[in-house]
Every structure is written in C-alpha cells, then in structure tokens.
Design a protein around this ligand. Sequence first.
Ligand code: GLU
Length: 477
Amino acid sequence: MDKYRVRFAPSPTGELHVGNARTALFNWMFARHHGGSFILRIEDTDESRSDITYQKNLLNDLDWLGLDWDEGPGKDGSCGPYKQSERLEIYKKHLQKLIDADLVYPCYCTEEELEEERQTLILSKRMPRYMGKCRNLTAKERKKLEEDGRNPSYRFKVQPQVIEFKDLIRGIMKFEGETIGDFIIVRSNGMPAYNFAVVIDDHLMDITHVIRGEDHLSNTALQIMLYRAFGFAPPTFAHHSLILGKDRTKLSKRHGSVSVGEFRKKGILPEALINYLGLLGSSFTDSREVLSRKEMISGFTLERASKSGAIFDEEKLHWLNAIYIRNCNTKELAERLTPFLDQAGYKTDTIDPKWLNEIIDLVKTDLITLAEIGNHIDIFFDDKYKLTAEAKKLLERDSSGKVIKVFSEYLETATGNPKDIYSAAIKYIKERTGVKGKELFMPIRAAITGKVHGPELDKVFMILGRECTLKRLSFAT
Ligand code: GLU
C-alpha cells in the first residue's frame, strides 16, 4: 500500500460544527493534494447520543460543502462497513484477542463507585484516574459479581511506559503512562469505546494519516498503547488547532452560529465557507485569501497548519461570501436564491425569470448573504413598495416637489427605450428646474424606490419601466 488514506470520523450526536467541518476539509484537501483517498466513517456506537437525523444532516452538509468521499456511506469500498454500529462483530473479535493475551480485564465498578473514587482522588490532590480496583480480582470474585447481576466493562491494562510520537503539526509529543489509568475499551453494554474502535478501524481501513483536532491529543496516547497491544503499526498523526471564539475559548453556541447548517440557512455559500475554513490557521503556501478549491488543494500543506487556535471571525466570512456572490454567474445565483426568495414571501414561480435575473444582476454587488435578498429587491415589487420616513422627509422639500413634478410631466409623453428616456428626462429636469446633483437624484430615488439608498438609479428605472415609475411618482407627491 503506497497511497495516502485519511478519514473523517464524525459521531452523529449533533449538527456538524464548523470545527469538525474544518477537520473534514483538512483531510479532504490532504487526500486530494496527494492523490490519496478520503474515507468517511460514522462513529455511532454511543447509542444514547447518536441520532439518524444528525447522520442524515451530516451527509447532506458534507455534500453541500463539496467534500466528497471515496469510501463511506453510499460509496462502497473494500474496507466497509463504514458505520461502526455495523462493525460490532469485528470489535468483539479484537476484544477476544486482547483477553487471550491477558492485556485487558473485566471491571465491575458502578458509575457511583467510579465517581466516588474520582472525588477521593481530587480531594487528596491526585490526578483522577482509575486506580485498578478490578485489575486483580480472582476468578471467584468475578463470578460472584456476575452472579450479583453486574455486567462488566473491559479495561486495558496500562503499563508504566512513556508514549512518544511525532505529530506532523506539533512535533514530538510525550505522555507518561503512569498518569493514565486503565481505560475502558468495551462498555458494560457491550459497545466498544471510542479509543478501541478507532484503532481497529483505522488499522483495518489502512489509514495512513490521522488528521484531527488537538482535543484528541491525549486520546492518541491511549490509542498508541492499543496499537502496540495488537502489534499494529500506528498511522502518522497530525493534530490541528481548534477554532476559537473572540474570547479565545473553544467556539461554541454561546458565540453565535456554529453549525454548517446554520450558515447555510443564513445564506452563506459553501465555497465561501470552505475558503474561510481553509484560511483559518493558514494552512496554505499561497498568501492570497480568495482561493478556489483547486488552489486550496494545491497550496495545502499540513506542516503549515498553525499550532495556535484560530479565531473565528464571522465578518471575514461575510466579506468572502460577498465576493463569491458577486462573482457568481447571475443565472446560477438566481437558482441559489430561489429558496431564500420564497422564504421571504416572493412567489418565484410567478415572477418572469428574465426580469428577476436583471434585478439580481443589479443587486448582487450589494449582497452579503443570500438570506438578505428580500431587503434588496423589495423596491421592484409594487406590493412591497412603501416610502420610508427618510424618503418622505426628503420628498417634502420644495426642490424635491419640483423635480418629481417635472419628471412626471416628461414621462407622460416620453417614448423610446427606457435607457434613452431616463437620460433625456434627467437632462430635461436639470434644464427646467435648475436643480442638479444630489438635490436632483435623491428625490427621484426616494420617490421611485421609497428608499434613500439603493442600486444605480438608471438601472432601477430600466427595470421598473415608464409606467410603473409614473405610478410611483404620483404616489410619492
Ligand atoms: N468520532 C470522533 C469525534 O467525532 C473521531 C475523532 C477522531 O478523528 O479520531 O470526535
């Protein structure tokens, strides 16, 4: 095997967090950069917390982000199944191997007993860990506990040893075995614990590089012990920094939106989110900030990924989003905007698509998110047209009244194409009223759009047309 193989191994216990999406992105870019394989594995052995809806949303979100996997759910490969809940037999066999080698033992301690031990250790200022109460039980003692109805979990016998590994991002990492208590590999309900299942799966799936968040660093020490116990060669590890909020604590709900689904609902484009997540912690050789997928893949190096936490800056994400919206082809943008328009009460199936495209083409330079489209295009719809207080005030001025009156007069009899009508009208108003500049354009804008800010007036006029403009002028005075 000479091909790089990486995996993203989410637990479907919640919506996909942008931090996890970034882990997926790093793995995906690494695989694509090296022509390797990107594997998706669902880690759903925690039955009480895993949920099929989360799993569906997760696959949807990855799909939306364009992080396609080579093997995983819906994409068979030679290392399946790719859902841990379908691999229980495999874990059972591996547990037996460790039992046979006397490297594990059954533990009968209850939650309460474990908690009590924890508290005692904390009170005596010692590191809380399992002190091995069940490690040396005799066969008779075990039998008695089982007769009492206790189901054992299985713990791995941690030997006093130093665990050392070279992390691709962090360099040499060292952990003292003595600070680690015998840890659970199979729970009392028979389900494998994370550290156990992950080692077996990464090994059987031929994973060459494990790229994940630094919150898993201490797990890696436990996993290396298991690799040694099984006689498996460990993969190369790379632990990237986490995404932080502005207060430098781990990005969580209290900082605002954190899930990919939330950003999607807010009208962030997947390419903007991907670009932004890739930039966080600067993992590119390229110093530019707006990068296509192709450029991200070619410029990605794990070694450059920053060791220190990356602060999530939603404003920067918005900045990128606006760029991607602006650069998006109008026809495609119109399609992407449809659900947002429908949501904002615009019945898109009743609107002339050509006319709508003209509007979108005009307002797209002002859009930051897709969700705000309604506030930009309302000026073109009669049923949404209304004068804001600012517009009203502006129209009360004497010079405004004059401008609107002359503009109406001109339009009454004007013929020709809207572009020519508009420029001729402006010229005419200037000549007849002597008003120019802001004093001329502001009342026109206020009267025909109902607002004091908005897109280029001549284009607005061209979209509205002569008759609609006339109607609005009469309404505004
Ligand atoms: N299921 C684990 C998680 O979501 C995977 C961690 C790993 O990549 O090993 O945190």
